[in-house]
Design a protein around this ligand. Sequence first.
Ligand code: FAD
Ligand code: NAP
Length: 546
Amino acid sequence: MSDTAETRYDAVVVGAGLSGLYMLHRLRESGFSARVFEAGTDVGGTWYWNRYPGARCDIESMEYSYSFDEALQQEWEWTERFAGQPEILRYIEHVADRFDLRRDITFETRVLKAAFDEAACHWRIETDAGETVEAKALVMATGCLSSANLPEFEGRDSFLGETYHTGRWPHDHVDFGGKRVGIIGTGSSAIQAIPIIAAESEHLTVFQRTPNYSVPARNGPLDPDYVREVKAEYPEFRVHNRLMPAGFGSKGLGRNDVSALADGPAVREARFAERWEHGGFGFLGAYNDLLFNRDANETAADFVRERIRDTVKDPEVAERLCPDNVIGCKRICLDTRYFETYNRPNVELLAAGTHPIERITSAGVMVNVMNPETGEQEGSREISLDCIVFATGFDAMTGAVLSVDISGRGGRTLPDAWSAGPRTYLGLGTAGFPNLFMITGPGSPSVLTNMVVAIEQHVDWIGDCLEYLRREKLATIEATPEAQDAWVEHVNSVADKTLMPTCNSWYLGRNIPGKPQVFMPLIGFPPYAEKCAEVAANGYEGFVLR
Ligand code: FAD
Ligand code: NAP
């Protein structure tokens, strides 16, 4: 252990994505010493790792960007309604340059361990480079969707061709030309990648476990008049977005504040069609009860299924693509010609109902062939492939935090404290782990929002809190078990009033075998932000300050 000033900081931040970068900037602005560790070779987080073809934002670019600096938001020029990964990465690199952030970031270095030293009241943090540093505060800016999920298919490592995971995409161009490609998964990442890989490759086989709802993005060049209009009042626009339920859309179509069941079929169809044509997430704002009432939800689900049937020429393929669960209980996908891709002669859809994956072989993927009438297995079929793309998602919200060996008071480990699922107060702190902060942690609105809005709100709250501790000469802040219990109950009770916990989503951890199943994010950004501000104004009620 070293005790030199160079290895002792006011705060250590883990991760250099949008969260870690703004946290570093804010800490510096407040006069704190800080060091950031990042496993990747450069900044960007999500937008550094997810370089798969078609990777793109599903929040409009004028909204998915930092608001903390007026000059920054005025000078940056977005080119498309929904920015692509390369453009978002260029933006994040620009921010790192503009605020000279890289000098306090250590790249290609993974934080492996963090232990709270109760006598010294600080965290001792160890990296895979063999370095140990100390910090009063430890900020986990490790990302909610950064721990790639590579399922344990039998024979996975025997495949002799190329393999890729969308969330760990190589930096060099992947050439699918003339190749037979298989893609496993039909979530947001796959739905973006499939049309492009289909166009590039000789043949594409899509292995679908659960069909997904997707709405056209209707992406295109940004209208210069719209950009001028937003920039003329950017601060007010940001304020309005923070008052929206998910932190975006204040200039969109808005939420139509009536029940889907109040309109007759023709009016309803017209309302859904208007939003379908407009593109983007506004589709679910067509009525106010789509995520609360099953019958209302079914009207929206029916509308999307009809669009799939209109689009996909082979009726059997169309049926395989039609989801039958609640629309919106998994994150709805935005696409560009996804369903149209199944009309291509070089694309085959193998759905788990009739062709579940049995194992991966040295030459491709072996599927069972099931009789659709009886459900009995009729045989097996090996799909020969040159490349397999795993679009199988992430160990979301807790994966990255729990992969660091964190121990708090009395040496209690975080996996032990969270053995029945994550337990936090406000998604910012957890009882027994003083001065440990999470950005967009479980129990906060996080992944249910425009995440840049959620990130900025958390960073500002943490920055204010650290300033308060310094001003009041306090050594530690720690959530009380009582406040945490009440908070966990609150998060669950809000979710239980909706249809959101009804499917096998990653919000519930159901995509990861053995993961405790609890609904992790909190629905509703504005009341949450208000609560956080109130807690701070009341001297950090629900926390113990020592
Ligand atoms: P991340 O960007 O995930 O950054 C975390 C960083 O921490 C990573 O670089 C990682 O390498 C590093 N790290 C983790 N553990 C360690 C460790 N132990 N040691 C060192 N470094 C570590 N959100 C939206 O709001 N709108 C969107 O349209 C949208 N699209 C998305 C598309 C994709 C493909 C994905 C995967 C996510 C998307 N998201 C979107 C969510 C996105 O993750 C957030 O918007 C945001 O980028 C998160 O920033 P972050 O800094 O919190 O986390
Ligand atoms: P995902 O939504 O979790 O999708 C993973 C896919 O892999 C699902 O179709 C899943 O099937 C399948 N899968 C997982 N394990 C499997 C197994 N063992 N066997 C067969 N199939 C398996 O992951 P993602 O597509 O990477 O997206 C994750 C999140 O990142 C999104 O929800 C979104 O928040 C964000 N994202 C956003 C965008 C965007 O548009 N901006 C793009 C990409 C990602 P099941 O459905 O049956 O589990």
